[in-house]
Design a protein around this ligand. Structure first.
Ligand code: RIB
Ligand code: CA
Length: 310
């Protein structure tokens, strides 16, 4: 069954690959792209989203969202990994695509309220837009079929020892989303760190003679430089596309139902996703947390999406 989704993102190299995949695969109907401050400022991530849809000739509306988190001060942007533009590497033509006049939150609310409850939200950046929409219009909560997000970890963090960037960038927003009652499927670092865009992967995708392949290779070549410098890895974890791959073929990722809550009171552990992996508490299982990924199948899905472009 075709999955109707809204992709809420902060492009970002891995967000850009998620857009490329979601826009073309027949299993997915991409209703709209909404942007949020995260990897870079709102202006830059929005420009990046427009450049990606223009470069790939994707006919999907782009809506600009929140430029700051709900409570805390904006976090530093991730120039180490994504560069000054937030999408360094590829060369884009002059940008002529424009954003929609409607605010991202208004688009999310209106689309969900007009729906039959069959829309999946796919956040791959901080959860500010999603949480704000829930607070502004609580009636959308029962209308959300599912939230499949990239964020969190039950093992090691990537921005502090305990926290993953998307959650750490707006912990209060994550708290609202994880405690909303909507089932959250969480693609955390625990599995995204297994899908590394190694040189062999770039080589494999470069064999496709189309714009999607060129964009993928240009993005990952730059992305890997930042990952090598920051973490010493030969290939960067392709975090965000795990959400889209899961929607295309759920068998690619193994999930486990458990309670997850968000640490927002501790200075040291702010943004930690406390995942009750061993079911030690009686708290409600509000999340399906990814615990393994079929790496070969994941890259097959990525390659399939690339091959769908002219
Ligand atoms: O921690 C990884 C996440 O933070 C990814 O979504 C990446 O794009 C950044 O937003
Ligand atoms: Ca992201």
């Amino acid at each position: 069954m075709v999955q109707k989704i809204i992709l809420d993102c902060d492009p970002g190299h891995d967000d850009a690959v998620a857009i490329m995949m979601a826009a073309k695969h027949p299993e997915i109907e991409l209703l709209g792209i909404t942007t949020v401050r995260g990897n870079q400022t709102l202006e830059k991530v929005t420009r990046n989203a427009l450049n990606v849809v223009q470069y790939l000739d994707i006919d999907v509306p782009v809506y600009k969202g929140m430029s700051v988190p709900m409570v805390i001060e904006p976090r530093p942007v991730e120039e180490r990994v994504h560069g000054d533009s937030g999408l360094d590497g590829p060369q884009f033509d002059e940008l002529t695509r424009t954003i929609e006049s409607k605010h991202a939150i208004q688009f999310i609310i209106e689309t969900l309220m007009a729906s039959d409850g069959d829309i999946i939200l796919v956040p791959t950046g901080p959860l500010t837009n999603i949480a704000m929409a829930m607070r502004i219009e609580p009636r959308i909560v029962p209308k959300i079929k599912q939230i499949v997000l990239m964020g969190g970890c039950y093992q090691l963090g990537n921005v502090t020892p305990s926290a993953e960037f998307n959650i750490w960038a707006d912990g209060e927003a994550a708290h609202i989303v994880f405690s909303s009652g909507v089932k959250v499927t969480m693609m955390g670092l625990d599995i995204t760190r297994k899908v590394l865009a190694l040189p062999s992967v770039i080589e494999r995708m470069s064999k496709h003679d189309n714009r999607a392949a060129k964009l993928f290779c240009d993005l990952m070549t730059f992305f890997n430089k930042g990952q090598k410098k920051t973490f010493g890895w030969e290939g960067g974890p392709l975090h965000d596309p795990t959400t889209v791959a899961y929607l295309i073929d759920p068998s690619v990722i193994t999930v486990k139902s458990m309670h997850t809550d968000i640490e927002i009171n501790s200075e040291q552990s702010y943004g930690r996703t406390n995942c009750d992996y061993f079911l030690l508490t009686d708290e409600p299982k509000n999340s399906d947390v990814a615990i393994d990924v079929d790496v070969e199948k994941f890259w097959d899905i990525v390659e399939e999406c690339i091959s769908l472009y002219e």
